[in-house]
Design a protein around this ligand. Structure first.
Ligand code: PLP
Length: 389
């Protein structure tokens, strides 16, 4: 199988697994314990905290380990809502991940207002509209993703932070897709909160973190034993955290070793080959501000659900829109927010490369897409059949 769905999840890097194994097998003591085993676990957690902080330009004590992106996002929204009850507004965009959308729904259910800033057709938020929506005394939080999971579009985070802070609002960024893929420096682009998830950059599933700026007040979502300096109770997932720290260290090395350029060239080669055979191909999101690993595109008249079946048969793993939607194949709200019509949204595929992919794999995948498109066209021509066998 050629795995081209790394925005959905990634394989664990072998070095990450190696780093984790001793903490699954031998060093199992509770990091809160006072004896030497506890100290070993505690110092491993601290090392991981430093490794992760280095990846995003934070201080180690600004990192709180969580179970992943969804928990981090929910924790920030709940905290801000409870600490600033007099500021009812949460401002986001129409292209947020369902973790943000559903958490915002809860914000609304609890009496707050949720305002959605429009995005341009290139997927980037309309900053003038954002400026109008963010109101001093009303907006508690601006929650905008750093990079989009479906299209790879990268947000103008510096400008977003400036608009929010000028109005006295806090900023949270869902950076689940950005961390490990692009350089982030949270002190230079001073978001107040940032969510990240290990399984998107070669650490295991079920471990992530929340960056909480020194400036920000925070009320924990989970209370209990007071771990993570009272910011997230629960016995630490030591092996997962060690894996996350190791993955962060590796990601930091790969940001500067030519991996990005290699993936960029691979992705562009894929798009070039498909486009040459399918000139009607439309890539979503502008070329400039897009993650180097992501390609979201539609092929005219070709249904994505059938394409996915044929591609699966050909040994290519990719997705239609986001993974969460692939079972139901609803047209992607992200693409709709970008002005893509519902039909084209339902014809859209996403391939997302990772550092273990090779150029021949990208080429094989492009040829598989072209072949599947031809088959689909033939089948659809034969009486509108859209499913593959
Ligand atoms: N935000 C984005 C942009 C994502 O892509 C994902 C994962 O699908 C999440 C949040 C949720 O992260 P997790 O799976 O760690 O809960």
């Amino acid at each position: 199988m050629i795995y081209l769905d790394s925005n959905a999840t990634t394989q664990i890097d072998p070095a990450v697994l190696e780093a984790m194994l001793p903490f699954l097998r031998d060093y199992f003591a509770n990091p809160s314990a006072g004896y030497s085993g506890g100290r070993t676990a505690r110092s491993a957690v601290q090392r991981a905290r430093e490794q992760l902080a280095a990846l995003i330009g934070a201080d180690a004590d600004e990192i709180v380990f969580t179970s992943g992106g969804t928990e981090s996002i929910n924790a920030v929204h709940a905290s801000v809502r409870s600490l600033w009850p007099d500021k009812p507004d949460l401002v986001m965009t129409g292209t947020e991940h369902t973790a943000v959308v559903e958490s915002a729904r809860r914000w609304k259910d609890q009496g707050g207002n949720v305002l959605c800033a429009p995005v341009h057709p290139n997927g980037r938020v309309d900053l003038d509209a954002l400026r109008q929506l963010v109101q001093p005394g009303k907006t508690a939080l601006v929650s905008i993703m750093w990079a989009n999971n479906e299209t790879g579009v990268i947000a103008p985070m510096r400008e977003i932070v400036e608009i929010a802070h000028t109005a006295g609002a806090l900023v949270h960024s869902d950076a689940v897709q950005a961390v490990g893929k692009i350089h982030l420096a949270v002190h230079a682009v001073p978001v107040d909160f940032l969510s990240l998830s290990g399984h998107k950059f070669h650490a295991p599933k079920g471990v992530g973190a929340l960056y909480i700026s020194h400036r920000a007040r925070f009320a924990p979502l989970l209370v209990g034993g007071g771990q993570e300096r009272e910011r997230r109770s629960g016995t630490e997932n030591v092996p997962g955290i060690v894996g996350l720290g190791t993955a962060a260290e590796l990601a930091r090395q790969h940001l500067d070793d030519g991996t990005k350029a290699r993936l960029h060239a691979m992705r562009d080669r894929f798009e070039h080959l498909v486009h040459a055979a399918e000139p009607g191909m439309r890539v979503h999101g502008g070329p400039e501000h897009r993650l180097h690993n992501t390609s979201s595109f539609c092929l005219p008249e070709i249904d994505a659900a059938g394409m996915l079946l044929l591609l699966d048969k050909a040994g290519i793993a990719c997705s239609a829109g986001s993974a969460c939607h692939s079972a139901a194949l609803h047209p992607s709200p992200v693409l709709e927010a970008m002005g893509v019509n519902a039909r084209d949204a339902a014809r859209s595929l996403r391939v997302s490369f990772h550092r273990f992919n090779t150029k021949p794999e990208a080429e094989t995948a492009a040829h598989a897409v072209i072949e599947a498109a031809q088959k689909m066209r033939a089948m659809q021509g034969d009486g509108g059949l859209v499913t593959a066998h």
